[in-house]
Structures are given as C-alpha cells and as structure tokens.
Design a binder for this molecule. Structure first.
Ligand code: NAD
Length: 355
C-alpha cells in the first residue's frame, strides 16, 4: 500500500493555493493535506467550500512569519512535504508597502526552511521535499520579442514584489546547496481563472464590466504578459512535486502572450456576448491611467524543460479558459460581492481615483 503522506500547503486559501489544495485532496485520498493560511485580504475559505469536510483535509490558521508557531506545526503533523505558496502577491501593493512583502515572502519562507530542516534532519531528508512556488517576475523584463525566460536566465527583479520572491528563491536554493535540503522551485507566468482576487487585471476588468465602471488600463496597454489557466498551474505543481528532481528549477508557462490592451478587448467581446449587450458596449469603458511605477514591459516563459522532462502541457486554449473564467464570475456574484466590499473599496479608490 502507498505510504500515507503528510503535506503542508501554505497559502491554500488564496487563488492558486486553493486550486492546488482541491487537486491534491481529490486526487490523493491517502495523503493528509494541511492548509496553513493567515487569511489576509487575499485568503478566503469560501474558495474551498466543496472540500472542507473531506477526511484528508485540515485547515490551520496561522502566520508563516511566526517562527515558533511554524516549528510547533511541524512537530504536530510530522510533514513529509511542503508546497509553499503563501505570499503577498500583488505588485501594486508592494509599491505602497514593501515591508509586508519582506516579512511574509522572505522571513516567512526562511522560517519554513528552518522548520523543515530541523524536523527532517534526523531522517537524513529521506522521502522529504520542500517545494517553493515562485514567479517569472524574478527574471526582470524582456524587450527582444524573440527572447524568452529560461531556467538559466539571470535574476533581475525590478519591483519590491519580485525582489522579495527572488530573495526567497535564493534562500531555498541556498538551503539545498548548504544543508542538502531536498528542494524544487518553479517559476510560473501570470495565472488566471476562478477565485482570482479582483485587484488583478482579468477579474478586475470582469467585475468593472459587470458594474459599468471604467476599465483602468496602465499606460498605453502595451505591456505583454504570458497567461496560464490556474488549473494548469496546479497540474504542473502536482507533476513537479512528485516527479521533479531535487535542486532543479522548472519554468511554467502557457506559450500565450498577450498585450494588456488586446486582452482587455477580447474580454470585452466575451463579456458583451455573455451579458447580451450590443457588441462594443464594454470597450467604451476602457480608460487609460498613469502607468505603474517601474512597469515591466514583457514577460515570456519558455516551459520546454517541464514539457520535455516531466511531460506536462497546458490543457486549454486561452479563449476557452477566459470564457470559463467569465462564466465562473457570472455564476459566483456572491463571492465577488463578498470580496469587493469593505477594505477592497478603500484600496480600489486609493488606486484609481485622481489619475
Ligand atoms: P494570493 O494572494 O491569492 O494568495 C496568497 C495566500 O497566502 C492568501 O490566502 C493569504 O491569506 C496567504 N498568506 C499571505 N501572507 C501569509 C502569511 N504571512 N502567513 C500565512 N499565509 C499567508 O496569491 P496567488 O496568486 O494565489 O499566488 C500564490 C503563490 O504563487 C505566491 O507565492 C505567488 O508569488 C506565486 N505566483 C503567483 C502567480 C499569479 O499569477 N498569481 C504567478 C506565479 C507565481
């Protein structure tokens, strides 16, 4: 029989984390999945309503910045593996409050590394794995349209967010080199899909179109991002967690580059259809706003290594994924209303008024 595995997933109440928790809890009934989350503005247990009563799922509320708490959690559960997603994740927030990003993304990650090292030392790390989920933003920005980020691309983080993630990636690799901690790292491009907090581009636009609010597009909308459906990222994390090689890095991406303005146009078209409004209605809401400070021009991931070595590939075409996403938001207006009340409104008004 398969060895029962105890896995800590951090940040499991967030956007990507909730899809990873759902996949693991459903796919591996013999595993015990512990979801540790602080439930910041970005964490929402409603994201996991469908699996909260599963016998192989446990939720723990807590802060990865609290080293004693993390240590005690490792003693309590005897984890075999960690899939670390908890983070402050929004670039705009990192520009107004960089220290929150240092605390959670850097200190929090090192706390987890220390706890894993301490707990696993005696077993000589046999059967253990520490997986750090990271971003392609650590590589900086691209200008040459023929260039892609590879696993060997030098780090060049340019926002407080990407600097904090780059720092945490370095610590994870340093623990592998120095203490032989069994680690894997993946760097993924922009995700989209259900449960995405509406401060990020796609759900922000969907929410604003529903309410006939202006659609704020940074600068001239020329920035290019590579978009991946969140469930394809979760599938990649499953594959890398189980089959990745210790010490290796895997880039994850959709080979799906879009200029922001073209993406917003496509979304407007899909929304007009779904809301049965005359074509061209939503496009009129587009409003150009002052560009984000230090806004990286283009990110593009080359995911060939992951595809060739571990056999993963994206499952969805973009238009299909985007249509699924729009349908999810239209079917889950209560979720959207709950997360866009209170603090969100204060944050949103601060961001986009007077511009
Ligand atoms: P998210 O902001 O939706 O979720 C983050 C989760 O972490 C939330 O549930 C939050 O409550 C929790 N959290 C924050 N601080 C915490 C703390 N101190 N202790 C415990 N929990 C805490 O983020 P996301 O978009 O789901 O991203 C998850 C991970 O994937 C992050 O590490 C991010 O850097 C990475 N990533 C995201 C993308 C993307 O497009 N969203 C792309 C590549 C990589």
């Amino acid at each position: 029989p398969m060895q029962s595995k105890h896995i800590l997933i951090t940040g499991g109440a967030g956007f990507i984390g909730s899809h990873v928790v759902r996949l693991f809890v459903n796919k591996y009934p013999d595993y015990q999945i512990v979801n540790l989350d602080k439930l910041t503005y970005a964490g929402n247990l409603e994201n996991l309503k469908d699996i909260e009563d599963f016998p192989n799922y446990i939720f723990e509320k807590g802060d990865i910045v609290d080293a004693d708490f993390i240590k005690a959690l490792f003693t309590k559960y005897n984890f075999d593996g960690v899939i670390h997603l908890a983070a402050e994740s929004h670039v705009d927030r990192s520009i107004t409050d960089p220290m929150a990003f240092v605390m959670t993304n850097v200190i929090g990650t090192v706390n987890l590394l220390n706890a894993a090292r301490e707990a696993w030392k005696e077993s000589n790390y046999e059967g253990k794995r520490f997986y750090h989920v990271s971003t392609d933003e650590v590589y900086g920005e691209l200008h040459d349209p023929k260039e892609f980020f590879l696993e060997t691309t030098s780090y060049d983080p340019r926002s407080p967010y990407s600097a904090s993630k780059a720092s945490s990636d370095h610590f994870v690799r340093a623990y592998h080199n120095t203490y032989k901690l069994p680690v894997v790292v993946s760097n993924c491009s922009n995700n989209y899909g259900p449960n995405h907090f509406p401060e990020k581009l796609i759900p922000l636009m969907i929410n604003n179109i529903i309410h006939n609010y202006p659609l704020p597009v940074y600068g001239k909308g020329e920035n290019v991002r590579d978009w991946l459906y969140v469930k394809d990222h979760a599938r990649a994390i499953d594959v890398i967690y189980h089959n990745g090689v210790n010490g290796e890095t895997y880039n994850i991406g959709g080979f799906n580059e879009w200029k922001n303005i073209d993406l917003v146009h496509l979304l407007c078209k899909i929304m007009d259809e779904k809301l049965e409004r005359p074509e061209g209605t939503s496009v009129k809401l587009i409003t150009y706003v002052q560009d984000r400070a230090g806004h990286d021009l283009r990110y593009a991931i080359d995911a060939t290594k992951l595809m060739n070595e571990l056999g993963w590939e994206p499952s969805l075409q973009f238009e299909e994924g985007l249509t699924n996403t729009v349908e999810w938001y239209l079917a889950n207006t209560t979720w959207l209303q709950n997360v866009t009340s209170g603090d969100y409104l204060k944050y949103y008004d601060g961001m986009y008024t007077n511009r």
